[in-house]
Design a protein around this ligand. Structure first.
Ligand SMILES: [Zn+2]
Length: 58
């Protein structure tokens, strides 16, 4: 069990994957949204980070 102490966001957040351009962009958008306390945008970004295909190194 890793207890991550983070700013009032409930639940675990997906971590942007290194080397994935989409993650990089979404990670920046998420930080920006968090700074503006736009939590619905933050969770939007979380969903996208979780669901897109990372980097596609097939
Ligand atoms: Zn990604």
């Amino acid at each position: 069990m890793a207890a991550a102490v983070h700013v009032g966001i409930p639940g675990p957040e997906p971590v942007p994957v290194q080397g994935c351009g989409v993650c990089k962009a979404l990670g920046r958008q998420r930080e920006d949204a968090r700074r503006r306390l736009d939590l619905s945008k933050v969770s939007d970004c979380n969903v996208e980070i979780r669901n897109h295909p990372h980097g596609d190194r097939a």
